[in-house]
Design a protein around this ligand. Sequence first.
Ligand code: AP5
Length: 219
Amino acid sequence: MRLVLVGPPGAGKGTQAQFIAEHLSVPKISTGDIFRANVSQGTPLGLQAKAYMDRGDLVPDGVTIEMVRDRLAQADATSGFLLDGFPRTTPQAQVLDDMLADAGVKLDVVLELVVENDEVIRRLSGRRTCRTCNHIWHVDFDPPADEGVCDLDGGALYQRDDDQAETIANRLEVYAKETAPLVNYYAERGLLIGLDATGPVDDVTQRAIDALRPLQHDF
Ligand code: AP5
């Protein structure tokens, strides 16, 4: 299955991507994770992306598209994938359509995680991420057993630089202007499923799995 997750910052895309990708046995491809890995390794791509990410702006389309093109060309993505955080602009969506058409395949579904802004602000303010495995926790809604330590592998948890209040506000504005139009883009193509992403993480995962089940007989 070829699946895209779309939704505002903090909607729970990364959290759900972990579970849905595992359920579907497809690789999870998160552009945010790839950029953050490059930033922490100090690569040229990371140095280029960092200033945009720190402000909560989008990294330019050209850079992002080439990065995704390389990732989708890897062997594990040839028979399916879950994209988290891409596409995020109409040009990115158009290029993705072209890339898939060139490969003789197409997107199967776009899941939109629907959550109000006040809830995403609560979610982002308490988010903690594992430095080793990237698992996502929340200090109140999904806390690890030991504060600051990942239950899964004992890795140290950190707070993302772009989860400061002013940066969150800018990310929400950028989402409304640049990314929200993709909801119509995919609805017009008959690919969009809107998913209520409020309530406990497990409930949202179950809703997502239920929404995808009718499509799964094709795979
Ligand atoms: P990216 O990492 O993609 O950030 P984002 O889209 O802003 O999304 P987030 O990762 O902040 O949130 P999420 O929806 O994944 O929520 P999460 O599951 O973590 O991108 C970062 C930056 O990289 C961008 O700003 C941009 O600069 C650049 N970039 C990336 N892709 C790009 C692209 N395509 N083009 C250009 N630039 C790009 O959950 C948040 C918190 O809520 C967690 O603590 C979690 O535990 C908690 N939570 C989750 N679900 C629930 C629930 N149901 N109830 C309670 N708490 C919950």
